[in-house]
Design a protein around this ligand. Structure first.
Ligand code: ATP
Ligand code: MG
Ligand code: MG
Ligand code: MG
Length: 465
């Protein structure tokens, strides 16, 4: 019978039972006593299982002794208590079948040694074989499942928002154009401009930068909804926290205000952190050992404590009086840079912090105006090591104030007629936020570059594989 490595190691088979595990060789060591120790992993858990292979197997010298890291094998044997350190069970092998050899072990790019993250990025197709990418992949999966579970348990419906859209979603980011026009021979109008009326959608179309406006329409009927899908921004700079293609989780809640969604963000983060500590203890132990000593204690601290809330205005004062030299100076009215965000989270609070009530003029048109006439009911959740991981707000549900904002920002009301309808027909106060999924995975694992927590990172000049 075929067995997953994780089940054998967890003691799901009794000693003496015969099982077959299939996977890839992590290491092989031959002992003088005429046996070989072959460690096999299959991705089902962090650890590999040790197979003890006796030299009397038919293919011992012809094959077993030639196994190298990366070879694919099936090992059949009896489950036995392991005397060695680390694991409770091993396999006493009675046969080893080789599916595939590694052509040239000396130049195998994933040969067993510590590779730099930069090096691994050049092998997006082979890096899943490394311990670190395997652990990231399992944690990422666990977090995604936990996000869906959290919302499902709290009565939210998952809405798929469109990937192709003609709206630029408040200019949240640089747009990728989607077109079927012949680039060599673009149709032009009388003024010499590209004539997009001849394009597939009859006008300019883009990849979505946010599903928020679309999901608001569903909150205005189903009350509690969220999107969780891919998002695209042609970010021009190479930073360690921006990707051109990333996944975003965007809940939208009717009859909610800013504090309601701040609480929702806190509850959701605590829920998914608990899930990952429970379900991926093996991978988290690896991150704590190899990537970031605080990987586990940091999450536990978040789970055990209330989030700190701060007003933008107070944060500016803190930043101005902290005595630290920033590359970008701070004054009331500026948008915070990652260095400011990180200072507040890392040094001022020492944990994630929720910053609220930003100046109206640096925020999108749809954010709900506060009574002071200067600020809007916006929040960012700032995390140590990264800075912003969540951006959210109460949405302006009052049509007259929304229209005033559209005019002030020179945005054409016609383009937003469907969005305005939501305020014309049964408008309600509502609020929501966007959580960058890769920033969440980076925060949880302690990985410092966002390109290492997504299977196939897209960034300037990089969309191969
Ligand atoms: P930043 O200030 O870091 O550029 P933002 O304010 O432009 O982020 P929002 O429009 O508020 O981002 O999007 C909501 C969330 O999406 C952010 O809090 C962040 O977690 C995530 N996010 C935004 N841009 C990117 C990106 N290019 N790559 C990965 N995640 C991103
Ligand atoms: Mg941005
Ligand atoms: Mg921002
Ligand atoms: Mg933001």
């Amino acid at each position: 019978q075929y067995a997953a490595v994780k089940d054998v190691l967890a003691g799901q088979y009794s000693a003496g039972e015969t099982v077959t595990v299939r996977g890839w060789v992590r290491t092989r060591r031959d002992s003088k006593a005429g046996i070989s120790f072959v460690n096999v992993h299959d991705g089902s858990c962090f650890d590999a299982i040790q197979a003890v292979v006796p030299s009397d197997l038919d293919n011992y010298s012809s094959e077993v002794q030639k196994l190298t890291t990366g070879c694919s094998v099936a090992v059949t044997g009896t489950v036995a208590a392991s005397a060695g350190q680390g694991q409770d069970f091993e396999l006493q092998a009675s046969s080893v079948h080789v599916y595939g050899w590694v052509e040239d072990p000396d130049t195998y790019p994933m040969a067993p040694k510590r590779h730099s993250m930069e090096y691994l990025r050049e092998f997006a197709h082979l890096r899943p074989r490394t311990n670190v990418a395997g652990a990231v992949t399992r944690v990422r999966h666990c977090l995604a499942q936990a996000v869906h579970r959290f919302f499902h348990q709290h009565g939210y419906y998952w809405i798929s928002t469109p990937i192709i859209t003609t709206s630029d979603a408040e200019g949240a980011g640089e747009l990728f154009r989607v077109s079927t026009l012949d680039m060599q021979n673009l149709p032009k109008d009388d003024k010499g401009q590209v004539d997009y009326s001849q394009d597939f959608f009859g006008k300019e179309a883009f990849l979505t930068v946010s599903g928020q406006l679309n999901v608001e329409a569903f909150a205005s009927s189903l009350s509690k909804v969220y999107t969780f899908g891919p998002t695209f921004r042609a970010e021009n700079s190479n930073t360690s926290r921006h990707l051109a293609e990333f996944w975003m989780i965007e809940p939208e809640v009717a009859f909610a205000d800013l504090n309601d969604v701040a609480k929702l963000a806190e509850d959701m983060l605590k829920f998914v952190f608990k899930a990952v500590l429970d379900e991926r203890a093996d991978d988290m132990a690896f991150f704590a050992e190899r990537i970031d000593k605080q990987a586990i204690s940091r999450l536990q601290h978040v789970i055990d404590n209330d989030f700190v809330h701060m007003d933008y205005t107070d944060a500016i004062e803190v930043l101005q009086n902290c005595g630290k030299q920033f590359d970008y100076p701070v004054a009331w009215g500026v948008d915070l840079q990652s260095e400011h965000e990180r200072y507040l989270a890392e040094e001022h609070v020492g944990a994630p912090v929720i910053l609220k009530n930003y100046p109206r003029d640096i925020k999108a048109f749809y954010m709900r105006q506060n009574d002071d006439g200067k600020t809007v009911a916006a929040m960012d959740v700032l995390a140590p090591g990264i800075g912003e991981i969540i951006g959210g707000s109460a949405r302006e549900e009052r049509l007259d104030l929304l229209d005033k904002r559209l005019r002030e920002m020179d945005l054409p009301a016609e383009e937003y007629s469907w969005y305005r309808d939501l305020r014309r027909y049964g408008s309600v106060p509502h609020a929501g936020f966007g959580l960058g999924f890769e920033r969440l995975v980076a925060y949880v694992t302690g990985m410092t570059n966002i390109r290492d927590v997504i299977p196939y990172p897209r960034s300037p000049k990089n969309a191969d594989f």
